[in-house]
Design a protein around this ligand. Structure first.
Ligand code: SF4
Ligand code: SF4
Length: 368
């Protein structure tokens, strides 16, 4: 039996889908899309139906909540991944809006189309006064270290992420970690291409990163980005090199941490790719508890920024985060999270947000 035929249309996946929650129409729900897929399997050559299905496939954050909920064990994430790849192959003209992304990744290896050399320019300029030896920690041929830091495109290029980069470097320095940042030698991890179903394109990027990580003789790769971590841990084929989220790395390194000086109540937003797809649930909370951070849990729901939705349908992506913001009553609360992409979503919705690593860096700083 093909995977999508296992659906018994029970409807359990409707109320938890962030897209269905916002739009409220069956065809946007996981069940509705699987139904269209089943029909198309029976009625061939319905061009309009095929087009509609391909559009709906990219109105999804790939949050994985449908897969987690499905009582019939339909691996919906696998279905969405395979069908996205098929859709782009069958009707490339319908996805011309993704050409700029694909061209940028093919030519300059980052999602912004910027000069690859600039990967280490922005945060170097911002942080070199605070960390005078920073340049020594940027990888170039011949340098080796125990830990390789993989910042990813968002954290390398976006000014809104500089506090997270600072927190990461500060924490590594305070704990005397032997580390390098990949800098200009870092290529995109391949996640955006993977999300379009383009496994071959993603592989080319990963192959380069793997070579650099091996040349640097790193034993561990650390990243703050759950999307990058999916690629590094599942698809880069790093051999003995372990890929870790920053919360895993520091939770393992620090049996105890200093107590935070912040007394306010935070709301913890757990990133979908971190807790649901990678299964990393314990370590972020463990670090927050070690620091005695006062936080409440938010619903384990999507911020609306995943699955390339920010690119494929920004209005829909905005509606998801605005609804979530209203439901969680976080207008006056700082949201603590552990994903640069979720952080961008929260900032775009006007929310105050902080990464766990910023709180850790502050606590370590205050200790001195
Ligand atoms: S992955 Fe998330 S957004 Fe996509 S269909 Fe499933 S629940 Fe909905
Ligand atoms: S939860 Fe699973 S079986 Fe039920 S409607 Fe959704 S996909 Fe089908």
């Amino acid at each position: 039996m093909v995977e999508f035929d296992k659906c018994v249309r029970c409807g359990s996946c409707l109320k938890i889908c962030p897209i269905f929650e916002v739009i409220g129409e069956e065809q946007y729900s996981p069940r509705g899309k699987l139904y269209l897929l089943q029909i198309m399997d029976m009625i061939e050559n319905d061009k309009e139906l095929g087009k509609e299905f391909r559009r709906l496939l990219f109105q999804c954050t790939l949050c994985g909540r449908c897969s987690e909920t499905c009582s019939s064990d339909v691996d919906l994430l696998k279905v969405w991944h395979e069908q996205r790849g098929k859709a782009i192959h069958e009707a490339p003209e319908e996805f011309a809006y993704l050409d700029a992304l694909r061209d940028a990744l093919s030519e300059v290896k980052n999602i912004y189309g910027l000069d690859p050399e600039d990967r280490a320019v922005f945060w170097m300029d911002e942080l070199e006064d605070e960390f005078p030896n920073l340049e020594e920690h940027v990888y170039s041929e011949g340098k080796t270290a125990e830990v390789m830091v993989f910042l990813g495109c968002l954290m390398s290029f976006r000014g809104s992420q500089i506090d997270v980069v600072r927190g990461l470097i500060s924490s590594l320095e305070k704990e005397g970690v032997d580390y390098l940042l990949m800098g200009a030698e870092e290529f995109c991890c391949g996640h955006p291409l993977y999300l379009t179903g383009d496994d071959a394109g993603a592989k080319q990027l990963r192959d380069h990163n793997r070579d650099v990580i091996h040349k640097a003789k790193a034993k561990t790769v650390v990243t703050c980005c759950p999307g990058c971590l999916i690629q590094l841990s599942k698809y880069h084929e790093l051999g003995d090199v372990e890929a870790l989220h920053h919360t895993q790395f520091f939770d393992r390194l620090l049996k105890t941490t200093p107590k935070t000086k912040r007394s306010e109540e935070f709301a913890y937003h757990d990133p979908c790719e971190l807790h649901r797809i990678l299964g990393i649930k314990k370590e972020p909370r463990s670090l927050l508890n070690k620091m005695k951070v006062n936080f409440r849990e938010m619903d384990l729901a999507c911020c609306g920024g995943g699955g390339l939705l920010r690119m494929t349908d920004p209005n829909l992506s905005d509606k998801v985060i605005q609804l979530r913001k209203a439901k969680e009553r976080i207008q006056d609360t700082t949201v603590v999270t552990a994903c640069p992409s979720c952080r961008e979503q929260l900032l775009s919705a006007g929310s105050k947000t902080v990464d766990i690593i910023e709180l850790l860096a502050e606590a370590l700083e205050d200790e001195q």
